[in-house]
Design a protein around this ligand. Structure first.
Ligand code: GRF
Length: 235
């Protein structure tokens, strides 16, 4: 899968890792400008670790419970992360607050997906909060990570309609499909240099629109596509 000129991506997860899966799937397109070199989870039971491994991607559990402090855990994460020399770090359901030092180290190179139309509903329980606020649309945001949680400059957003009878679960499920389209799209913009963070603002060279209605979600391609021709011959 390694191709010259493709940027190096690291993904931090805490759980099922479906957004990570969408990024891995996007990287299987040879024209995508990056490839996932590393996945780190702060919990050993994160299901996404197994998914990443099936795709031949090094996946490390760095259990936060094994460290005395946030700083000590972050140092361990940083050691593994920096060894992989990522151009971009993607937070994909990474449920641990990062210290300012960590964030500054990856300034302009670390992005996150949040399940609301920021600046509305930062934090948790976004779907229930959108419903109880009577929102008619809901959405997701990919943004640069800054010291202030869920407040970094917005890179791209996608919106979906709130339907009559929606529950937080139904809304979350529909929105997740939009997240899986938005995250690779926004990541590509970052990797291609279409957007950069300049003086705390997202600055665009070009803004490629995302049309959610274009098609449905493509399933994650089978992992064997990632195997080398030799490995495939050997069965
Ligand atoms: C997603 O809804 C994402 O927006 C939020 O956490 C969830 C992670 O889901 N930050 P997954 O682990 O990518 O499936």
């Amino acid at each position: 899968m390694s191709r010259a000129g493709r940027k190096r991506i690291a993904v931090l997860i805490s759980g099922r890792g479906s957004n990570m899966g969408a990024i891995i799937a996007a990287c299987m397109d040879p024209d995508f400008p990056g490839e996932v070199k590393l996945v780190i989870a702060n919990r050993p039971d994160a299901a996404g670790l197994e998914t990443a491994r099936r795709y031949g991607i090094p996946a490390h559990a760095i259990d936060q419970k094994a460290y005395d402090s946030r700083e000590a855990h972050e140092r361990a994460v940083l050691d593994v992360l920096e060894a992989a020399q990522p151009d971009v770090v993607c937070l994909a359901g990474y449920m641990r607050l990062l210290t300012d030092d960590f964030v500054r180290r990856f300034e302009g190179r670390m992005i996150n997906i949040h399940p609301s139309l920021l600046p509305l509903f930062p934090g948790l329980d976004t779907h229930a909060r959108a419903l109880s606020a009577g929102m008619r649309i809901h959405g997701c945001t990919v943004h640069y990570v800054t010291e202030r949680m869920d407040e970094g400059p917005i890179i791209a957003q996608a919106a979906i309609a709130v339907e009559p009878g929606d529950t937080a679960e139904k809304l979350a499920e529909r929105l997740l499909r939009a997240e899986h389209r938005l995250y690779p799209h926004a990541l590509k913009m970052v990797l291609d240099g279409e957007v950069r963070m300049v003086n705390g603002q997202a600055t665009y060279r070009r803004r490629t629109p995302l049309r959610l209605e274009d098609d449905g979600e493509a399933p994650l391609p089978a992992p064997q596509i990632l195997l080398s021709p030799d490995a495939r011959r050997n069965g």
